[in-house]
Design a protein around this ligand. Sequence first.
Ligand code: APR
Ligand code: PHB
Length: 388
Amino acid sequence: MRTQVCIIGGGPSGLLLSQLLHLHGIATVVLERRTRAYVLSRIRAGVLEWGGVDLLRQAGVGDRMDAEGFVHEGTRLSTGNRSFRIDFKALTGQQVMVYGQTEVTRDLYEARDRMDGKIVHEVEDVTLHGADSDTPFVTYLKGGTEHRIDCDFIAGCDGFHGVSRKSIPTSVLREFERVYPFGWLGVLSETPPVDHELIYAQHERGFALCSMRNAHLSRYYIQTPLDDPLDKWTDQAFWDELRRRIPADAAERLITGPSVEKSIAPLRSFVAEPMRWGRLFLVGDAAHIVPPTGAKGLNLAFSDVHYLRDGLVRHYQGDDEGIETYSERALARVWKSERFSWSMTTLLHRFPDQSTFDLRMQDSELAYLESSRAAQTALAENYIGLPY
Ligand code: APR
Ligand code: PHB
């Protein structure tokens, strides 16, 4: 088989890239290791920057998001029982859209179906060949039979554990990493959200976050030690701990119910450089991971897709500047989002080795944020998303 761009990974990066390239008349094949049902069962974050909202609309998949998503003009930060609001709209003129990644992925699959997009599920042993030559190809097994796809380019959209990044020689690739000494225990529950906006809560017992998917579905998180067994966290224990960490008015209003999903996720900052090797481009989680505190994971994947779409479209019009500068352009934005995600994480969590001095620094940073319009504007500008 032959295609123009072979896309490895059918998560949001791979699907959005495939959809946008299709609209420019560029042929793609997406190779995904899992079933569609499995991909759609993964619960991930839910805050979209406006750049991502625009990109989804450009891709023709914005209708359900526009109908069912929630526009948020601000967010609440709290420390113990004290809280204040960051007014994105007043500070930056912009806002974010709360719409779950699972829904984005579902919309993308449906759009790809409508356009007869080629997505091969349950592929095994995906192997990249000649990515640094002019004749790259990809082989894989499907149902025990080997297949080969010849292509002009390979897009590695296969997430952090994928095969694409590992295909780049270690002499070329540099990796930068910080692993945080705690995790997030997340609960999804069919209850109305505690507030109409998100609450990011700093507390001496650890961080907590109140988020949502829709008017009847809430998403809550608490910081936990990494080695906490999940069965220690009964629903009752989770709700009790969440109530202790959020401001009293929210704790009183909190409506609890059985969890419909519960899991512990580690927190990591990670960047691989460069994001291009010959005719292979890394996109999204394949190249970088952020801790979820800044809500940037999916949004960074989307800005990568934007730069790569631009580069590939220009290539087929005879101009290679966009693909030659892809890594540089994408990384410039990636590092800024890495910094923001790291700083939000550092500001809001309890670290096991924090000294009394460190704690005072955290307190005074939050106090400064509460009192300074300039500091709030800086946070808001990053949260709503730096320009592409
Ligand atoms: N072959 C084929 N597919 C693979 C392989 C492989 N060797 N390895 C992984 N995959 C698939 C995974 O099954 C997954 O569906 O690649 C896909 C990668 O999707 P994601 O991990 O969701 O990564 P990405 O599309 O870059 O999405 C960006 O933003 O909010 C964050 O982490 C969150 O998933 C989110 C990400
Ligand atoms: C979520 O709703 O899952 C969510 C929201 C904001 C974050 C992280 C996760 O910063």
